[in-house]
Ligand binder design. Structure first.
Ligand SMILES: O=c1ccn([C@@H]2O[C@H](COP(=O)(O)OP(=O)(O)O[C@H]3O[C@H](CO)[C@@H](O)[C@H](O)[C@H]3O)[C@@H](O)[C@H]2O)c(=O)[nH]1
Ligand SMILES: O=P(O)(O)OC[C@H]1O[C@](O)(CO)[C@@H](O)[C@@H]1O
Length: 712
């Protein structure tokens, strides 16, 4: 069994979870989640697969079984090229859900993807996550495997939040609609654990990533994406009117006028309504050109998701308000292969492409328009700064300034010489700066240094643990869970003894080994088969309590306890716990919630100091900090792999902050009644977590009944 490529050629795993992804006829614009990123990752996978240094590319996404979308998305594997494929992983509900609703299912996605990776002939050489959700999964996999993680954000929550607030949305509404804090936290976590961040523009680094606490420009590389110059090119001699051109006639009185073209997903951030108002408030603009807005595909607006429905409804109301009938086209349908022709239609009519987005992280449409010979007017916020800076083919505008938008459009429309110059610049420079061939060369060159120094965890468990007869396990936290009710404990211990031959007994605690052993003895609890102590930083197995050295070696990654102590020493409300609670990989404080900063401020401080660690607050009073690769849940997954026990057959009981990743994901999670639910409140929506009615060990016994655990 090959552990790593002995051919020396690379195996790259790209992770892009949301949206509708397939190798052909991408349904770009169909909904808010299927747009530039889905196109980017498919083109990147195909371009990388062509490189001689690359042996295999896997593009990982979520499997979707839903009568509202094509069966293509339910295929577990789809070939992209001879050495590239899309692999679809199950996680959460089978149906197609918005990316904002995926957060509760990403731990399960990570567990299922890890199982999939273990089923492959060898470990990949690198994980490359795309967007916050894939970053969340990539971080967990990188911790569990030791593989290097690289990341591309495509769009950043802090930047989107800033723009939506500027638009007047309330923070509560942004949180409710976009779960923006979970997304930003995942982005911060990804930035603090990725080895390399690939951006499409310098502007992203200076103006978008700069908003993050964990901001390390030296880990970032600008590698712009390409565009397919076979697909996007200027119009040839006058071609017969296409079906799409004809379809515009029903909207436009004078279809031959120049066309102002906007093309984007129907998403609030694309700010199409401001463009429409700028057009509606400019009689000169209306006299000179038609406005064509391509905003995805739709049948019945009333059946679309809230975001798209809101955007399109508002457009129709504004068209009516300014009485723009006959001058504005809002076509309902276009096919993937008509998109290039739409740009050419605008170019043939000496039109302009406009991207009025509040913020545009990069803007693939700008490349497509430039390659079609269209001059650009684009938002000054984001990627267009670099694109127009490189291509010299258009103007930047403040997306909230309607007068500036109108004037920029007029300054090109009423100057044919200027139109020709900008069009020619765009054609020449898009080919020069934006090609996938150039992208993959730069990408692979940036990748090399990361591949040398990574120690991966062994793929196959050490001999001797594989094939144990026992196919189940129960792991429990100690304080107030296993312990706290002696009668319940006695019942539980009897059950464990009775089932010992088929079920491993594990304890996962924040306490140190010596403290645990004293309690086990005092309470006459049998020695567990697996003992995870000090919050997942130490693992001992069998009754001889042999320490797992490989685990200690694995978690000793980016761990700088001295720096950590120095950074935290100045904070009010934090008192170091006695030295018997401290250990090599665990720094513990008493946390006085009256005086100490809130946890998210402590998280922010650690990230600003570029400390990639795992802080948890338990019982609202104990703050423990361990290495990023250590936690109860990560230690449990490491052990489950070693003992070859599927997570779905592991009952994991906890109840405070330090138990979160043990209870979440594919384990059968349990929270007993008396534990600190508020620290695990966000778990309550996950079906695989059972909140017991009863307390302490009685709650574990109740959960065993609930899951019918011994009859699985
Ligand atoms: O009705 C539509 C709308 C969009 N598209 C296509 O979808 C893509 C849209 O890409 P882009 O303009 O880049 O916008 P987003 O979908 O928002 O893409 C996100 O991800 C991209 C890749 O990283 C970045 O360029 C963007 O800034 C980022 O917002 C383009 O290929 C368009 O041709 C269609 O085909 N039909
Ligand atoms: O507007 P948001 O929430 O930042 O998301 C941008 C969306 O555009 C996309 O390119 C669509 O594929 C993805 O990056 C993401 O789904």
């Amino acid at each position: 069994m090959l552990e790593h490529g002995d051919t020396g050629r690379l195996h790259i795993v790209l992770i892009s979870i949301h949206g509708l992804i397939r190798g052909h006829d991408l349904e770009l614009g169909r909904d808010a989640d299927t747009g530039g990123q889905t196109k980017y990752v498919v083109e990147l996978a195909k371009a990388l697969a062509k490189q001689p240094q690359v042996e295999r590319v896997d593009l990982i996404t979520r499997r979707i079984v839903d009568s509202d979308v094509s069966d293509d998305y339910a295929e577990a594997v789809e070939a992209l090229a001879e050495n590239a494929q899309i692999a679809r992983i199950d996680a959460g509900p089978e149906g197609y859900i918005r990316k904002e609703e995926l957060w509760d299912h990403l731990d399960s996605f990570a567990d299922n993807l890890l199982s999939w990776l273990h089923r492959q002939p060898r470990w990949p050489d690198v994980l490359h996550s795309h967007y916050a959700d894939a970053g969340y999964v990539g971080v967990r996999l990188a911790h569990l495997t030791g593989l290097p993680l690289i990341h591309t954000g495509h769009s950043l929550g802090r930047d989107k939040c800033r723009r939506l607030l500027a638009l007047g949305l309330a923070m509560e509404e942004i949180e409710q609609r976009y779960h923006i804090s979970r997304r930003i936290n995942a982005e911060e976590d990804t930035l603090s654990n990725a080895e390399l961040i690939i951006t499409s523009t310098r502007n992203e680094i200076e103006d978008q990533y700069e908003l993050y606490d964990y901001y390390t420009p030296e880990k970032m590389a600008v590698i712009p994406p390409g565009t397919d110059l076979q697909q996007f090119h200027p119009p040839s001699a006058k071609t017969a009117d296409s079906a799409f051109a004809v379809s515009l006639n029903k909207f436009l009185y004078e279809a031959d006028k120049p066309m102002i073209l906007a093309l984007s997903r129907p998403d609030e951030r694309k700010n199409i309504v401001t463009l429409l108002e700028a057009y509606g408030e400019s009689p000169r603009l209306q006299a000179m050109a038609n406005l064509v807005i391509v905003a995805g595909n739709r049948d019945d607006i009333r059946e679309m998701n809230d975001g798209a429905q809101g955007v399109l409804t508002e457009l129709l109301l504004v068209i009516d308000c300014y009485d723009l009938y006959g001058q504005v086209a809002l076509p309902k349908h276009h096919s993937a292969d008509e998109v290039a022709e739409i740009y050419r239609l605008a170019a043939a009519a000496k039109g302009i492409f406009i991207n009025p987005a509040l913020t545009e992280p990069f803007g693939l449409t700008l490349l497509e328009a430039a390659a079609s010979g269209l001059p650009l007017v684009a938002t000054e916020n984001g990627g267009p700064v670099d694109i127009i800076g490189n291509c010299h083919n258009g103007l930047l505008v403040d997306p909230l300034d309607k007068t500036a938008i109108a004037e920029a459009l007029l300054s090109i429309l009423d100057n044919p010489e200027r139109w020709r110059t900008l069009s020619a610049n765009g054609l020449r420079n898009v080919a020069r700066y934006y090609s996938w061939e150039a992208h993959t060369q730069a990408y692979l060159q940036k990748l090399q240094p990361l591949l040398q120094h990574f120690e991966r965890l062994p793929k196959t468990p050490p001999v001797g643990k594989v094939g144990r007869l026992r196919r189940q396990a129960i792991f429990t936290a100690m304080d107030n869970t296993l312990l706290g009710d002696d009668e319940g404990l006695a019942q539980f211990v009897n059950l464990i003894r009775e089932k010992r031959r088929k079920c491993l007994f594990g304890i996962a605690t924040g306490r140190r080994l010596d403290a645990v052993l004293a309690i086990l003895k005092q309470k006459r609890i049998p020695k567990p088969d697996i003992l995870i102590t000090s919050l997942g930083t130490e693992i001992y197995f069998t009754s001889q309590l042999i320490a797992d050295i490989a685990w200690s070696y694995h978690i000793d990654h980016l761990w700088t306890p001295q720096v950590l102590r120095r950074v935290l020493s100045g904070l009010p409300g934090l008192t170091p716990q006695p030295k018997e609670e401290q250990s090599r990989f665990k720094i513990s404080y008493y946390y006085d919630s009256e005086r100490a900063p809130p946890m998210d401020e402590i998280l922010t401080l650690l990230r600003q100091k570029e400390l990639s660690v795992n802080p948890t607050l338990s019982f609202g009073q104990f703050l423990d900090i361990v290495p990023a690769r250590a936690s109860k849940g990560q230690a449990l997954r490491y052990v489950a792999r070693q003992w070859n026990i599927p997570l779905e057959r592991i009952l994991a009981t906890g109840g405070s902050g330090g138990d979160c990743d043990m209870v979440a994901g594919n384990t059968l999670g349990v929270v007993v009644a008396n534990r600190h639910r508020e620290e695990l409140a966000n778990l309550s929506d996950i079906e695989q977590v059972y909140f017991a009615e009863r307390s302490n060990a009685w709650g574990i016994l109740e959960a065993i009944e609930h899951y019918d655990f011994f009859d699985l």
